[in-house]
Design a protein around this ligand. Structure first.
Ligand code: FAD
Length: 391
């Protein structure tokens, strides 16, 4: 087996590296407010102009349609170039766009997809409610049909970037069926529609990107429904499969890189007794384990991309990847704190805006977002391993 890259792939890597060298913004990335929005959209636009927007989107929808190997090379170079996070463009590029491609009418696709790729709009996700998180199908934000509109009343919560968003993936209850998964509808909600109130929620890790969103007789044209009325559950499952699987590919590659950086850090740092941190057996052992697990993560990601290439949308294996990635991220962030010890409160990890400690706190959120780790475990157990369903 020859594991070297073919010459054309090496050329492709050079092309990516050269473009990133010239184009990665060097100014710090703002993490809240209109400055964040302007920065994220400008970076998305620059990628679009360079021909690098939507690398995994089909060419017919304006994407680059790269092979899986090319996508992996792009993300590796992206991480090594310390390119900024996709930030508030995440929902649009990584799951709203792909959901529209898979499930929406041609009118919705031709209106929204170019705007997402060109970096003109921010999207948010209105799925979770105060009484419906893990049990998403319990959602109760109501929508009644009035002529050619849905009229929405209710509340969403934990909506990231709602205060800066133009559009929302919105799940509403349009009827009560025999099963709670029936009677749900997936619609595109224009965030500037009258009757929407957005209230940011401050958090202990700093920038508040979470919001509550309230809907008071909000009118959404029926033409903005994706899929059929009352059949939105399967559209929502498409959205979540994009969100849980390869949507986090860049973060996964960055995590692998962070492990290598921690090895260097442990070689450079000495404790008060003059001993290098890497000479502490426990630290060395944890680093070795993290490196092996990071290699496993890469292998799982490649297997996932390869499986997804053979079907129209990602499968439930994305839950396995998401579970392993979020927990490994937490272990690696804690290892970083343990290497730098009390300096963790001040020292900043590579390419990240905050201290090692703040980065570690943030990793707890990754085990909740896109479905908590317990829910991912249930999915892996029931749908991949065929274990009996829990109650
Ligand atoms: C960083 C971040 C960003 C987010 N962004 C968005 C967003 O943009 N839009 C959006 O709609 N939502 C968003 N969320 C919300 C997220 O989807 C929910 O927090 C998540 O689905 C969990 O729901 P919950 O908070 O209501 O917790 P709950 O569902 O109340 O769960 C509480 C605890 O019970 C456990 N639990 C619940 N049910 C089961 C079960 N059946 N089996 C085993 N354990 C169970 C959970 O694992 C958890 O530990 C975001 C969350 C985070 C952390």
């Amino acid at each position: 087996m020859n594991l070297d890259l073919a010459p054309e792939m090496r050329e492709f890597r050079e092309e990516v590296r050269a473009w990133l060298r010239e184009n990665v913004p060097r100014e710090p990335q703002p993490h809240e407010g209109p400055e964040m929005r302007a920065f994220d959209l400008a970076w998305q636009h620059r990628q679009y102009e360079g021909g690098w927007a939507g690398i995994n989107w089909p060419v017919e929808y304006g994407g680059r349609g790269l092979s899986l190997l090319q996508q992996m090379i792009w993300y590796e170079e992206y991480a090594w170039a310390d390119a900024p996070d996709i930030g508030s463009c995440f929902v649009g590029v990584n799951h709203a766009g792909p959901t529209l491609i898979a499930r929406a009418s041609e009118e919705l696709k031709s209106f929204h997809l170019p705007r997402i790729l060109r970096g003109e709009v921010v999207w948010c996700q209105g799925f979770s409610e105060p009484g419906a998180g893990s049990d998403l199908a319990a959602l109760s934000t109501r929508a009644e049909i009035d002529g050619d509109h849905l009229v929405v009343n209710g509340q969403k919560i934990w909506t990231s970037y709602a205060d800066e968003a133009d559009y929302q993936e919105l799940l509403v209850r349009t009827s009560r069926g025999a099963r709670k998964h029936d009677g749900i509808t997936w619609a595109v909600c224009d965030m500037r529609t009258p009757g929407i109130t957005v209230r940011p929620i401050p958090t202990m890790t700093g920038p508040a990107h979470f919001c509550e969103v309230f809907y008071d007789d909000v009118r959404i044209p029926l033409s903005d429904v994706v899929g059929e009325i009352d059949s939105g559950w399967s559209v929502a499952m498409s959205t979540l499969s994009f969100e849980r699987g390869t949507g986090f590919l860049k973060e996964q590659v960055r995590l692998v890189r962070l492990v290598d950086q921690l090895v260097e850090l442990a070689r450079d740092r000495v404790d008060p007794r003059g001993r290098r941190r890497i000479d502490d057996d426990v630290i060395a052992q944890r680093l070795a384990t993290a490196r092996a697990e990071a290699a496993a993560l890469t292998a799982m990601a490649l297997a996932d991309i390869s499986r997804n290439a053979r079907r129209s949308q990602p499968g439930v294996e994305g839950s396995m990847l998401r579970l392993f990635f979020s927990q490994l991220g937490q272990r690696v962030a804690k290892l970083a704190v343990d290497i730098v010890e009390e300096d963790g409160l001040e020292a900043r990890p590579y390419g990240l805006p905050d201290s090692f400690a703040a980065d570690w706190y943030r990793t707890f959120a990754y085990t909740i977002a896109a479905g908590s780790k317990d829910i991912q475990r249930n999915i892996v157990g029931e749908r991949l391993l065929g274990l009996p369903r829990g109650r």
